[in-house]
Design a protein. Structure first.
Length: 173
C-alpha cells in the first residue's frame, strides 16, 4: 500500500448507505468526509441503484479516491435482501474497475476485531471506539447512525491493510 491513499469505506444498504472517506498520509489517517445516503423504499430498485451509483461516483471524483473498502456480505434471514445488496456491491466493483481503484473486502469479525480488539463486538462498541479515535467526527458528517460508524470502521481496515502486522496483532486478540 502506498504512503498516500484516499479510502472510501462503504456500509451498503438499500435504504441507508453509510460512507466514510479517509486520507492516508504516511501512517496518519485524516477523516475527509462521512455521512449517509438515504434512499426512499418507495423508489424502484432501478432508481435506487442509479442513485447509489451517482452518489458514489461523485464521492470518488470529489475526493480523488484511490481505494474502496467494504464489508463482505453474509446471508442473514432474508435472501432477497442479500441478493439486492449484491447489486450495490456490483456497482462498487464496477466503479473500482472504471476508475482503476483497489478494492478490499473485510469480514465483519475482522472489522470488529481490528477496531475494538474483539471480533464479537456490538455495533455500539464499534461506534464507541470510532468516536474515541475521531473525537471531532460530529463536525464532519452526520454520524448519529451506526451505518456511518460502520463505514468508518471499514475505512480504517482499508487504512490498516498495508500495515499487516497491526491487523494481525489485533486479530489475534
Amino acid at each position: 500500500m502506498a504512503d498516500r491513499a484516499v479510502i472510501l469505506g462503504v456500509d451498503p444498504g438499500f435504504h441507508i448507505t453509510g460512507y466514510a472517506i479517509l486520507k492516508k498520509d504516511a501512517n496518519k489517517a485524516y477523516l475527509l468526509d462521512c455521512g449517509y445516503l438515504k434512499m426512499s423504499p418507495s423508489d424502484s430498485l432501478v432508481v435506487r441503484v442509479g442513485q447509489f451509483h451517482d452518489f458514489m461516483q461523485n464521492k470518488i471524483h470529489h475526493h480523488a479516491v484511490t481505494q474502496i473498502a467494504l464489508e463482505t456480505s453474509f446471508l442473514g434471514k432474508n435472501a432477497q435482501t442479500f441478493l439486492k445488496l449484491g447489486y450495490l456491491r456490483g456497482i462498487l466493483y464496477l466503479l473500482a474497475h472504471l476508475h482503476q481503484l483497489e478494492l478490499h473486502e473485510f469480514a465483519p469479525r475482522e472489522i470488529k476485531s481490528a477496531v475494538t480488539g474483539f471480533g464479537g463486538a456490538s455495533k455500539e462498541q464499534v461506534a464507541g471506539m470510532i468516536f474515541r479515535m475521531f473525537p471531532k467526527i460530529n463536525e464532519i458528517g452526520a454520524v448519529a447512525r451506526n451505518d456511518v460508524t460502520d463505514a468508518l470502521a471499514v475505512s480504517l481496515c482499508g487504512f490498516w491493510r498495508g500495515q499487516t502486522n497491526k491487523l494481525q496483532q489485533l486479530q489475534q486478540r
